[in-house]
Design a protein around this ligand. Structure first.
Ligand SMILES: Cc1ncc(COP(=O)(O)O)c(C=O)c1O
Length: 377
């Protein structure tokens, strides 16, 4: 019989009660009673029996606009996570042969969507200081087929954020060259001084938002895009979710956004403390380093290239022998994925302590014995 390849996600989900989830930039620090209260009320009212209002609950759009600081007449399209919005907009705005300026490493699912539309990405290497795009490099990379710039801020997986001057300069390029600007702000609430691109290129910018990470609601699948009315409407033609987005997710998102100002400071300060702790652990393990510190998001890249170890082996060792789930770099970078593993840290400090014990031990185990076989069961 052929050997079935090890499925880290299946294993982690089957052991979710005991696994420390640091693999998907999810947020485990939002007070749980907020989502619970909203969802329980909607369940009691049996709101799941009917279809939701197709455009989404009006309060949700209002909250999103307020939260992002966009003009009150902005159009908000909700979708099953920011991911679906990204799919819609690539489908709607790109054509075969066109090009999108993007980066490597990146959140590659977006690149896949770009390719599905027949377009291609021009990936600028950003695995070197300043670990993000610059307006200068973006301008140089623009060619006759360029139609879009992908500005993810802060960046997954590196955690780098863009200073206001750079956001502005990149947005002005999009404006002057009439390119679409996709400003994916999924991680903005973790940043010290997040800046939206929209004010600098309002006709070109689509702001992609999500409540998966800031509001700790990844499992409920809700996000969307926002921008000027006609542009968002032209993208929404490709909405496949014609009967509306999950009502439980919508009520939970409203509850989270209503209360966010009361708890987001606590989320931020815990993630900052976790960053410091991870930095001290990494500093104690020869051959490993953090290219970006501090992170403006809720994740780090941990470079392990000098250890000579494969990130996939480290991911497996940490998961199977320590119950700590990180994500190997190949998921995030065709060129640099063999160098790093990604650790997200919007977790309770006790989780980070499990990582602190596991990381040096896993590296030491792999150094002495190579890859260890998985535990049974
Ligand atoms: C940069 C970026 N954009 C969008 C998303 C999509 O998030 P969701 O579909 O959960 O809203 C992610 C998820 O990891 C991400 O890293």
């Amino acid at each position: 019989m052929p050997e079935i390849p090890f499925d880290a996600f299946r294993y982690a989900h089957e052991h979710r009660d005991s696994v420390v989830w640091m693999s998907q930039n999810t947020n485990h620090l939002v007070p749980p009673e907020i989502v619970r209260g909203a969802v329980e009320e909607a369940l009691r009212e049996r709101r799941y029996e009917g279809y939701p209002y197709a455009s989404g609950l009006p309060e949700l759009a209002e909250r999103v606009i307020l939260d992002l600081g966009l003009p009150a007449d902005s159009q908000v399209q909700i979708s099953a996570g920011g991911t679906e919005a990204l799919y819609m907009l690539t489908r709607a705005l790109l054509h075969p042969g066109e090009e999108v300026i993007a980066s490597d490493p990146s959140y590659l699912i977006i690149h896949k969507f770009i390719e599905l539309s027949g377009a291609r990405t021009k990936n600028l290497d950003i695995y070197a200081p300043p670990y993000r795009l610059t307006a200068e490099r973006v301008a140089e990379a623009i060619g006759p087929q360029t139609r879009m710039i992908l500005l993810i801020d802060p960046l997954n997986p590196l955690g780098s954020g863009y200073p206001e001057s750079e956001v502005r300069a990149i947005a002005e390029i999009a404006h002057d060259r009439k390119l679409w600007l996709v400003n994916d702000v999924t991680y903005r609430d973790f940043a010290e001084r997040p800046t939206l691109a929209y004010p600098y290129a309002p006709e070109q910018t689509l702001t992609v938002w999500s409540v998966s990470k800031n509001c700790g609601m990844a499992g409920l699948r809700l996000g969307g895009l926002a921008g000027q009315r006609e542009l968002v409407r032209s993208v929404a033609r490709y909405n496949t979710n014609d009967l509306g987005v999950n009502i439980l997710a919508q009520v939970a998102a409203i509850a989270a956004l209503r209360t966010k100002s009361g708890w987001i400071g606590g989320v931020r300060s815990t993630t900052r403390g976790n960053q410091d702790r991870i930095r001290s652990v990494v500093a104690g393990v020869p051959g490993t380093s953090l290219p970006v510190f501090p992170s403006q998001a809720n994740m780090f890249v941990i470079d392990i290239a000098s250890t000579g170890l494969a990130p996939e082996d480290l991911q497996r060792e940490l998961l199977l022998h320590h119950g700590v789930f990180l994500r190997s770099g190949s998921y995030l970078s065709p060129t640099f994925g063999g160098r790093f593993i990604r650790a997200s840290f919007s977790n309770p400090p006790a989780d980070i302590e499990r990582f602190a014990r596991a990381f040096p031990e896993a590296i030491a185990a792999l150094r002495t014995s190579g890859i260890t076989p998985p535990k049974a069961g």
